[in-house]
Design a binder for this molecule. Structure first.
Ligand code: SF4
Length: 735
């Protein structure tokens, strides 16, 4: 606690008449917790007497879109586009895809708009969030909300993890087209209406936009361009790891500098402070480290700082001003960093270290403990996620001693490495200090592949450490990579078998195929790793990774097959796979913390799935008599369309697009949960429309008999066989 005196008691924040700087975190990023870049910069700049406001545009954007009013604008737009297509005589293959996307607004627009507020409440409720069935249902509605909004800007597609447009975000030319594409860019109107007024308020002199993921590139630069247009005098700076990895390309690209004025690469604290001084006429722009800027018609690159920030002089991150109640989580989960850089920094596929300026720098344990305590008290939360590439066991042990000694009641997760020094004693200590979950990068269980990756891991340590985690009640999550250059089928299978044989200790994992990242050792020495071809494309100048071919080992297609095989095997072995493979990191962490029953027992989430399975086993038996009330299950919708929607969707899925199709009236039944669509007759539609829980089967039979003027026995047999079929397909239930 003493340590905080270094920063806070001397520092009373009272903005004078100095330039206002606003820091912005743009969409698209998963809005489950605040991202650390803005709070870290805000704390540092405020401690240096700058007038700073931080705005998480990403969370505000999602909060608006996942609301009744916010979605209404998108829904209106989607419906008017749908009506326009509906009046056509025929649809081209491209319009068929758009039609299929827009039909969602007709089929389940009302369902989503009426359910979205409750769904959002479930994600924020300290009770409902932990009911996995309710949570999955809420996610379904929120995902449909994003799908509906996307359809209004077809072919753009927004999810919680990505934003894609017809323009590639890996090409500067395409990005510059995207930021002016009002028809396809989902953000322009929103930013104009909701973001610009907030950003321009108070006449800031500098706006810093943090872009830490490629999915933020188009929205982030769209916002930059709108600010530039609205107020050309504001200096716009782009920071974050994306442009850091693209230094060479950015510094040659004058067109990009038409939407911003400068870029800060690597670590930003000192550079941003000096940029503020420069804009207040107190500092020469040429002396600002890590800055790339436009000087007349030229782009200049200043000296790159070799050492990075002194991590022990940085203040505790400051989350003030962020809308902490808007994050999609029942608890505020605070991100924290115990170090900068990776102390291993050798893995040949990885370029994480490239984002930092200097070597690995851990923060002193006392300072780190003080950060956690300060943040816990200030923001009234007990949940922390370490954002480091890897916490060393020694650092985790020392921090745990402080947490235990001071009886600080917190829950946390961290990334770690399979270090020989990770002992059973350390495991127990971490658990006592509130560690609920550890992430480890194993990547492969084959010794030869591990050596090629330079992971510095011995297999015997992996088992031993996972066992220590299990004994200490810590959930161990592993990262795996399939298809590393030269990896054979046999070696990939060794990884699969290893996981499946140790599933009691290895509780969950994330896995994917090898990606050739821009600054990795494999990229820099392809022949050493038998990478025979790298697909460079001058147009794709902003890519952080490349497609490649290997002369030895699994091909791309074979890797995908291995991944599918592994996933299928996991589904048999891990009952709780639907939970850990679907929940985002912070949400899974909260589940693990919530359902933990004792300090030395790993949380068992499989019970939640078994309970659902038990409930579902109470299968409904179709009845012969006609006194029951059929009711359409939730997530089932019927609609009438002027084109054959079921055919369009099926041909889209099979890839057999038939060419232009003509106007043809059809009724469809759509099952959201199982993604099924059926064409149904008018008579079937009438039966389903009456299956609302209010009519008995006898009443429905009478209705059909009258409406279609058919004999009673025919109406009875049609109704009963159709309804029994729907009950078997889990489309209709009995009330
Ligand atoms: S994969 Fe992890 S441990 Fe390896 S160099 Fe990258 S950040 Fe460090």
């Amino acid at each position: 606690m003493e340590m905080s005196k270094q920063f806070y008691p001397n520092y009373s924040y009272s903005p004078k008449k100095i330039m206002l700087t606003k820091l912005i975190f743009p969409p698209q990023w998963i809005p489950t917790q605040p991202y650390l870049s803005l709070p870290a910069l805000t704390a540092y700049l405020r401690a240096n007497n700058c007038d700073i406001e931080q705005i998480d545009v990403n969370v505000s954007f999602y909060d608006n879109l996942l609301s009744k009013n916010g979605l209404a604008d998108y829904l209106d737009r989607a419906r008017s586009k749908f009506q326009e297509l509906e009046t056509r005589k025929e649809l081209s293959p491209e319009l068929q895809k758009q039609y299929a996307a827009l039909c969602s607004s007709i089929l389940f627009g009302d369902y989503v708009i009426n359910g979205v507020e409750d769904a959002k409440k479930i994600l924020k409720s300290k009770e409902d969030f932990y009911d996995i069935e309710k949570l999955f249902k809420a996610f379904k509605i929120l995902e449909l909300d994003l799908k509906l909004a996307s359809s209004a800007y077809y072919p753009s597609n927004l999810t919680f993890h990505s934003y894609d447009m017809r323009h590639s975000c890996r090409s500067s030319k395409a990005v510059l087209e995207a930021i002016n594409d009002r028809k396809g860019n989902l953000f322009i109107e929103y930013f104009e209406k909701c973001t610009l007024p907030e950003v321009l308020k108070g006449n800031p002199g500098l706006i810093g936009i943090s872009i830490i993921n490629i999915s933020q590139l188009i929205p982030g630069l769209t916002l930059a361009a709108l600010i530039k247009k609205a107020s050309p005098g504001i200096h716009i700076n782009i920071g974050g790891s994306v442009f850091t990895r693209l230094i060479n390309e950015i510094s040659k690209n004058k067109e990009l500098f038409s939407v911003f004025d400068s870029v800060i690469v690597h670590e930003g604290e000192t550079a941003l402070l000096k940029l503020i001084s420069h804009l207040e006429n107190k500092f020469n722009i040429r002396d600002i480290p890590n800055l790339i800027y436009k000087d007349g018609s030229e782009i200049k690159i200043n000296r790159l700082s070799s050492g990075g920030e002194d991590i022990n002089s940085l203040p505790t991150p400051c989350f003030d001003g962020l809308p902490l109640d808007k994050y999609l989580s029942p608890e505020l989960v605070i991100p924290i960093l115990s170090s900068r850089g990776c102390y291993w920094n050798r893995c040949t596929f990885c370029d994480h270290g490239y984002g930092y300026s200097g070597k690995y720098r851990p923060r002193e344990v006392d300072l780190l403990f003080n950060d956690i305590k300060t943040l816990k008290d200030k923001y009234n939360t007990s949940y922390f996620t370490f954002q480091d590439e890897g916490l060393a066991p020694k650092m985790m042990g020392a921090l745990s001693d402080k947490i235990i000694g001071n009886k600080l009641d917190i829950s946390w997760l961290a990334d770690s490495r399979f270090e020989p020094s990770f002992s059973g004693e350390i495991g127990k200590k971490l658990s006592l200090a509130g560690c609920k979950m550890l992430y480890f990068g194993l990547e492969s269980a084959n010794e030869r592949v591990l050596k090629c990756m330079d992971k510095g891991i011995q297999k015997e340590n992996v088992i031993r450490i996972c066992k220590h985690c299990k004994d200490a009640g810590i959930w161990a999550h592993l990262f795996l990579i399939f298809g590393f250059p030269t990896e054979t089928h046999k070696e990939a299978r060794e990884t699969m078998d290893f996981i499946l044989a140790n599933n009691e200790m290895i509780r969950s994992m994330s896995f994917g195929s090898f990606q050739l990242t821009r600054h990795s050792k494999v990229y820099e020495n392809p022949s050493l790793f038998h990478v025979s071809k790298i697909f460079h494309d001058d147009e794709i100048d902003l890519s952080l990774w490349y497609d490649c071919e290997v002369s030895e080992g699994l091909s791309k297609k074979e890797t995908e097959e291995v991944i599918q095989e592994f996933y299928d095997k996991l589904a048999h072995k891990y009952v709780d796979l639907p939970i850990w493979s679907n929940l985002d990191r912070e949400h899974l962490f909260l589940y693990i913390a919530h359902y933990k029953r004792s300090v030395n027992k790993v949380t068992d989430l499989s019970i939640l799935i078994r309970n659902i399975q038990k409930r579902k086993k109470t299968v409904q038996i179709p009845r012969k008599n006609s006194d029951f009330h059929p009711i359409l299950n939730e997530g089932i919708f019927i609609g009438a369309f002027n084109f054959n929607l079921a055919r369009i969707i099926h041909s889209g899925l099979s890839g057999n697009i038939p060419g232009n199709i003509s106007n043809e009236k059809v009724n469809v039944l759509f099952d959201i949960d199982n993604n099924r669509i059926f064409t149904i007759s008018d008579l079937a539609k009438s039966i389903i429309s009456k299956s609302n829980g209010g009519s008995t089967v006898s009443e429905i039979i009478d209705h059909i008999k009258e409406k279609y003027n058919i004999p009673y026995n025919e109406a009875k047999s049609k109704c009963e066989s159709f309804l029994n079929g729907l009950i078997e397909k889990n489309i209709v239930s009995i009330k």
